[in-house]
Ligand binder design. Sequence first.
Ligand code: NAD
Length: 349
Amino acid sequence: MSKLKAVIVGAGRMAGTIDDECVDYPAMILPFSHAAGYTAVDDVDLVAFADLDETKAQALASRWGAPRAYGDYRQMIETEKPDIVSIATPCTAHAEIVIFAAEHGARGIYCEKGLACSLAEADAMRETVHRTGVKFNMGTLRRWHPGMIKARELVAAGEIGQLRSVITYGSSSMLHSNSHYIDGLLYLSGDPEVDWVQGTVLNADFDPAADRCDTDLSGIGTVMLSGGVYGYLLNTGLVAEFEITGSEGAIRARNNLLHWDLRKLEPTGHRSIAEFNVRQFPYYERISPTVNLIRDLAHAIETDGETRGGIEIAHRNTEIAFAVIESHRRDGARVTPPLDNRNFWMDSR
Ligand SMILES: NC(=O)c1ccc[n+]([C@@H]2O[C@H](COP(=O)([O-])OP(=O)(O)OC[C@H]3O[C@@H](n4cnc5c(N)ncnc54)[C@H](O)[C@@H]3O)[C@@H](O)[C@H]2O)c1
């Protein structure tokens, strides 16, 4: 089978240099950047970069051995006719590039998070992805982290009984950071629909009447998932931790998924009191989430199957983010997606 051709739009950190920031960080399973990921996957060839600043595209092309560099992503896509388009630009450009790539023959898109700066943009991306049939994954990488995959398997197998809640620790900017935590709580719960969202914006200067915002707002919230699981987006000072609690046990991911505990609810022998005792979390192989995401996308292209992520889940993620803000606007009322207000636009870089 011939190799899939990949190109990358945006030639900054996530495109090709972020691994340099993480070499001494044990929580990070490298490779991390898009370019490092493609280089590690056998059935994909990375052929070009594009950036508004063509010198950045040239620098990454030469670092990663891609033969060509462009100053205009449209020209790159029209010339290269890639199978996969990776989008590692700021969120402000995601919608335009996803739509262009899908409408110009891409078979797979790996788009960085947050998905979009407004629900209207997210709607247009979803419509285009469905209409063109392009396979899609958003770069909320914890979905492809082997520890998270193992945790979801344990939950699905009933190891902690009936799932009751997923707490995410690390909440801050809704699109840039919280997209990771929202995706984690959806993934660990089996990607259900959302019944309602209740939230609070933490930015003191947020003007609830504005229809644009030049800051990616920070928020905390409760997400009631269909099926009765509570998701909590917390802001406690802990970074990238998850607590998954069921009727018979719990799973705790600490220190950005480096450490994992499985806990079982067991009787103490004292009246009806039970306690959560720590057990060994099962072994998992430390395979890079970026590599897993790319393999998942390539597999979906080659088999005409579904990706592990997909546009529906990325869209639901964005709906939750904006619902936190809408709930704040309505003094903490429960908000049921889809929201009426599709046009509120928020910057995110
Ligand atoms: N998944 C993760 O863990 C993770 C980590 C870091 C960043 N990100 C995401 O990656 C994206 C990029 O972040 P970064 O830190 O690499 O930013 P960056 O500023 O380092 O790089 C972005 C690049 O995109 C280019 N660009 C902007 N608009 C463009 C356009 N229309 N066409 C072509 N190039 C364009 C810029 O010139 C810049 O070189 C963001 O969406 C961010 O949220 C994800």
